[in-house]
Design a binder for this molecule. Sequence first.
Ligand code: PRP
Ligand code: URA
Length: 207
Amino acid sequence: MKTTVVDHPLAQQALTRLRDQDTDRAAFRSAMDDLAVLLVYEATRSLRTEPVEVTTPLTSTTGAKVAEPPMTVPVLRAGLGLLPGVLRLLPDSPTGFIGVARNEETLQPEPYMNSVPADLGGRDVLVLDPMLATGGSLVHTCTILRDRNPGRLVCVCVLAAPEGVAALESSGLAEELVVGSIDDHLNEHAYIVPGLGDAGDRLFGTA
Ligand code: PRP
Ligand code: URA
């Protein structure tokens, strides 16, 4: 699995706003939106383009457009925080939704929704989930997707713990991980440290 840590200064600035416990909900959503754009820029580097003719005010020339936009799959709830920024850059991308809640006692993923088509026809998929902690939720999501004839599975995360990166890597399910930071460790409640807290709660309030 190729792993890219996006250490661009603007990405690190947005991530710092997300980490700050004094960032309120509106500012948290806005920082997540900024970071989504920077992460998807990296995550789409290898997309194929096709030539298109374009007329400028001066002449005609050949431009480019993305040949087949990837499907975007936000992992509910927190993945929704990344979706608007991603769809701004990929407006023709179809979106499927996977709902998984981590059971905070067993740490096992509990699925509650899946609207991904049965056959993806080889289309690449961007899996959006801000937090890769134990890896249970993303491995569960990628297992579902891998059964549906995808192209490349690229996971887009804000933060990861080393334990989550290792779990995703050893699952062999995803071709690529694009992430804002690989943090230090998981605490005794399997929260990422230093982290940013509970991403879903900070975006949408306590579930
Ligand atoms: C969070 C997060 C990931 C998961 C990461 O979601 O958005 O999906 O936990 O933990 P893991 O790697 O140990 O599985 P959560 O289950 O809290 O649901 P939410 O998005 O609805 O808040
Ligand atoms: N889920 C979160 O939202 N944050 C963590 O640190 C771990 C799991």
